[in-house]
Design a protein around this ligand. Structure first.
Ligand SMILES: CC(C)(COP(=O)(O)OP(=O)(O)OC[C@H]1O[C@@H](n2cnc3c(N)ncnc32)[C@H](O)[C@@H]1OP(=O)(O)O)[C@@H](O)C(=O)NCCC(=O)NCCS
Length: 152
């Protein structure tokens, strides 16, 4: 079940950060708090039947462009479609918020994330050398949001 995240979900989100990223790549609790509070941002969480949070995604929209800023799934729930469900949900939100294009940056070595984004039609637009530190390049990926097609 995918829902908007609340402040009370911060602890679970920080546990996803710790499981998903090495210490030097983690977002801080303050940064996540700001994600939750910013008006043009959307933080969504996926919960299992017991209400336990298994994944999170956040994105924001400025004019007609949305950025997918972070997606994390708990390692014991990988390859069950949760990352895909979160991506679909944030893309739907972005489209409703007026975005016509989605952009994101991803570590060029992050094969799992790149495969996930490719499965949603994201294509490589450019590279940013050493973006995440020496030897860690970023790929900039983008996709157009499918706009509803009217009746012929
Ligand atoms: C990237 C991540 C969110 C994927 O979540 P997930 O729930 O496992 O993704 P899904 O199960 O929806 O996978 C969808 C598709 O993505 C691709 N994919 C996902 N994990 C993959 C992996 N380890 N290797 C190769 N392809 C992978 C596959 O095409 C997969 O489809 P398939 O399972 O039918 O083959 C998860 O690995 C993660 O949280 N990683 C750590 C945090 C991170 O790096 N986030 C991205 C940068 S912000």
């Amino acid at each position: 079940m995918i829902q908007r995240a609340k402040h009370r979900d911060l602890l679970a989100i920080m546990q996803l950060e710790e499981a998903g990223f090495p210490a030097n790549e983690r977002w801080s609790e303050q940064l996540w708090r700001e994600e939750l509070e910013a008006g043009n941002h959307c933080v969504l969480v996926d919960r299992d039947e017991q209400g336990v949070i298994r994944g999170v995604v956040t994105g924001h929209v400025v004019a007609d462009v949305a950025d997918v800023d972070r997606v994390i799934v708990a390692p014991d729930s990988w390859r069950q479609g949760i990352g895909s469900a979160l991506m679909a949900a944030i893309m739907e939100w972005a489209g409703k918020a007026g975005a016509e294009r989605l952009l994101l940056e991803v570590d060029a070595h992050n094969e799992a994330a790149i495969a996930l984004y490719h499965s949603f039609g994201f294509q490589t637009l450019s590279f940013r050398a050493d973006y995440y530190g020496p030897g860690s390049d970023a790929c900039v990926l983008g996709v157009s949001v499918a706009l509803p097609v009217g009746d012929c």
